[in-house]
Design a protein around this ligand. Structure first.
Ligand SMILES: *Cc1c(COP(=O)(O)O)cnc(C)c1O
Length: 246
C-alpha cells in the first residue's frame, strides 16, 4: 500500500515535470493537490509523510472524519466539493485554507458573514463550469466576471484565482478548450484590475488530463485516482446536482 502510493506520486511528479518542460514552464509553478475523497486518513498520511502538503476534500463529512488523524501532520486543506450553506461553519472549524468551489454569490455572502463574526478571512477560488455540462457545478463562464466583482466586495474573502473541472472526454482538443476558456477568463479579469482580486491560481487538470491543463497554464492540478487508485463511488456521486444534498 505504502509502496504503491509513493510510486504513484513519483510518476505524477514526473508527468508534471514533463508537461512543464514541453511548454517551457518552471515546475515550481505547478502545485500538486491530492484529491482525497474516499481515501482513508491512514493512506493520506503516507502521502503527507512523504512530503506532500496540499490535500482536498469534497464533503464536509469526510473532512470531519479525518480531521483528528491528520491534524498533527503539516498540511493544507482545500475544499473542492459542492458546499451547502449550512456546512460553512464546519469548513471553518476544520481549518480549510481555501475553498475552491465558490460558484454563487449567496454562498460567498454566507461564508463572509460567518468569517466576519469570527474575525477571520479565507482564500477562495471561483469555480467555473467550462464544459457546459449541466451535471457539473460552477458559474457559467459568461457570468463569472460579474460574480468575481461582487465577491470582491466581501473583504474576508481573498480571491486567488479560478477553478474548473474540464470536460470528460478522450478527445484532448475538446478538453483543452475548457482549460483555454478558464485561462482566457483569468486574463480578462486581470485586465479589469479589480481591487481585492488576485488571479494567480488556475486550478485545473486531474489524473486524466493534467498534461493538457499544464500546457494551458494550470497552477494547481488536483489528482486523486492516479495516486490513491480507483474509487468505489462514481464521480457523479460528488458532482451531480441531484446528489447535492448527500
Ligand atoms: C475527485 C476530484 C478530482 C480528482 O479526480 P481524479 O480523476 O481522481 O484525479 C479533482 N477535482 C475534483 C473537484 C474532484 O472532485
Amino acid at each position: 500500500m505504502k509502496e504503491d502510493i509513493l510510486h504513484n506520486l513519483k510518476i505524477i511528479n514526473q508527468r508534471i515535470k514533463k508537461a512543464c518542460e514541453k511548454v517551457g514552464r518552471n515546475v515550481d509553478e505547478v502545485k500538486l493537490l491530492l484529491a482525497t475523497k474516499t481515501v482513508s486518513a491512514e493512506r493520506i498520511k503516507i502521502a503527507l509523510e512523504s512530503g506532500q502538503i496540499l490535500i482536498a476534500e469534497n464533503k464536509v463529512q469526510e473532512l470531519k472524519e479525518k480531521y483528528e488523524d491528520l491534524k498533527d501532520i503539516t498540511h493544507q486543506n482545500h475544499f473542492i466539493g459542492h458546499l451547502q450553506t449550512n456546512k460553512i461553519k464546519d469548513i471553518l472549524k476544520y481549518d480549510v485554507a481555501c475553498v475552491q468551489s465558490v460558484d454563487r454569490f449567496d454562498l460567498a455572502e454566507k461564508i463572509h458573514q460567518r468569517l466576519s463574526l469570527e474575525g477571520k478571512s479565507i482564500e477562495i477560488l471561483i469555480q467555473v463550469n467550462t464544459s457546459n455540462e449541466e451535471s457539473k457545478f460552477g458559474i457559467h463562464p459568461d457570468e463569472a466576471i460579474d460574480l468575481v466583482k461582487k465577491v470582491a466586495e466581501l473583504d474576508t474573502l481573498k480571491i486567488k484565482g479560478l477553478m474548473t473541472i474540464g470536460l470528460f472526454s478522450s478527445e484532448t482538443e475538446k478538453v483543452r478548450q475548457c482549460f483555454k476558456l478558464l485561462k482566457n477568463l483569468q486574463q480578462k479579469i486581470i485586465q479589469q484590475n479589480i481591487s481585492n482580486v488576485e488571479m494567480k491560481e488556475l486550478s485545473m487538470g486531474m489524473s486524466g488530463d493534467l498534461e493538457t491543463a499544464i500546457e494551458e497554464g494550470s497552477t494547481i492540478v488536483r489528482v486523486g485516482t492516479a495516486v490513491f487508485g480507483a474509487r468505489i463511488y462514481p464521480d457523479s456521486y460528488y458532482w451531480d446536482e441531484k446528489n447535492k444534498n448527500l
